[in-house]
Ligand binder design. Structure first.
Ligand SMILES: *Cc1c(COP(=O)(O)O)cnc(C)c1O
Length: 393
């Protein structure tokens, strides 16, 4: 059997649930969506869940709710999937990147606190955090720091407590990108429960899937109402179908996706356990290999939600050569992540260059995601690890 990079874990229950919706002819804004939203909110331990058609849409709506607009600033990480930063650009807000913790790849809370302090004060100390292209062009007095967007990289919860205190100290909103960490626990708390809003995502490579889709979770009643309006063309609950109170979007999650998500979220503990077992097989085999570092799980991570299995490869073989040799054995693997600030349009718009965030860049050069899913067998893990051993020589 060919080894694939990722695979959804779907059974009869999922197929039946989607078929039921098709037979009901109620394909959007129906009972499955409401049930799925309740399940997602319960999972995060918060009052409200609002289904949307992708994780990116959820992040975009959270940015709008936070009141981020032109020349507003938000502190976030360059070592992430591009959506956690693009959501700011949609509203002409400016991402302020700070470097990451080398152990986890998550945003460094010490840097977050420093940046928040300096940017709130302004002046030369604040200016040094701005993107290079903005340092001289914009009057820093006109810029206002409003939010922090931490990300749980690869399913490991970010060290949130110091970030929450920095946010409280400077009256900043926290939008938690938990798109890679549904079901994880930080110091015994479910991820998604502590921020103003958090977002889960359900693309087919995630721990659970709805095809495309996402859920916003929040304890803020005002934001929940706003999210429901924004995802549905700006209609308020009391508006008629052709009455629009504000500029909204079509970010609705359809009933087939919600029905699929409902089965998957009920199976989530089982899915996470299976993924954890596969990660364990990898770690057991790869730990002794010279030149390979396996993922570390921090003490604050009381429950890991394995999204990907990402190793670090040192010289002499190095990441790219290992990736090439795996490919000759028909085994896929991917560099994870390519830092956001070095993406072509970020370089062009913000003036970033190599060297700006050295830890994120180093991780970008040495990290390799191996084939990983809950349906992967121990034999397949063996095949991958033998190929790695051969490549290392
Ligand atoms: C998956 C993911 C998202 C959302 O992706 P969509 O494809 O829009 O659902 C956002 N941020 C991170 C870090 C992700 O991994």
């Amino acid at each position: 059997m060919k080894i694939s990079m990722s695979a959804p874990d779907l059974g009869e229950a999922e197929i039946n649930a989607v078929t039921e919706v098709l037979k009901s002819s109620h394909l959007s804004l129906g009972p499955r969506l409401e049930e799925f939203e309740r399940a997602a909110a319960q999972r995060a331990g918060v009052r409200h869940g609002i289904g949307v058609n992708s994780g990116t849409s959820g992040l975009h709506l959270a940015v709008i709710a936070a009141g981020l607009g032109e020349n507003d600033l938000a502190i976030t990480t360059p070592f992430s999937f591009v959506a956690s930063s693009n959501c700011l650009l949609y509203e002409r807000a400016i991402p302020i990147f700070v470097d990451v913790d080398r152990r986890t790849g998550n945003i460094d809370p010490v840097q977050v606190a420093l940046a928040a302090e300096d940017l709130t004060r302004g002046g030369a100390r604040g200016r040094r955090w701005l993107p290079p292209a903005f340092r001289s062009r914009l009057d820093p007095q006109g810029l206002r720091l409003k939010a922090i967007i931490p990300v749980d990289v690869f399913g490991q919860p970010v060290d949130l407590d110091p970030i929450l205190s920095a946010a409280r100290r400077h009256e900043l909103v926290v939008i938690h990108d938990t798109c890679e960490a549904i079901g994880a626990q930080y110091k015994g708390r479910s991820v998604g429960s502590d921020a103003d809003a958090a977002v889960f995502a359900f693309y087919p490579n995630k721990q659970m899937t709805t095809g495309e889709g996402g859920v916003l979770v929040t304890n803020r009643d005002d934001w929940a109402v706003l999210f429901r309006s924004l995802r549905n063309q700006g209609r308020d609950v009391f508006d008629s179908w052709l009455s629009h109170s504000r500029l909204g979007y079509n970010y609705r999650l359809d009933e087939m996706s919600a029905a699929l998500g409902l089965v998957q979220i009920k199976r989530l503990d089982q899915l996470l356990e299976k993924r954890s077992r596969v990660a364990g097989w990898y770690t057991e085999r790869l730990s002794p290999f010279e030149g390979i570092d396996v993922p570390c799980v921090e003490p604050s991570t009381t429950l890991m939600s394995w999204f990907t299995y990402v190793i670090r490869v040192s010289p002499p073989v190095g990441r790219n050569r290992l990736m090439d040799s795996l490919l000759t054995c028909d085994i896929p693997s991917r560099p994870y992540f390519s830092p956001i600030h070095l993406q072509p349009f970020y370089r062009e718009k913000f003036g970033y260059q190599a060297g700006d965030f050295p830890v994120a860049e180093e991780l970008g050069e040495i990290s390799l995601a191996l084939p990983f899913s809950s349906v992967m067998s121990e034999d397949q893990v063996d095949v991958v690890c033998s190929a790695i051993r051969a490549a290392l020589g």
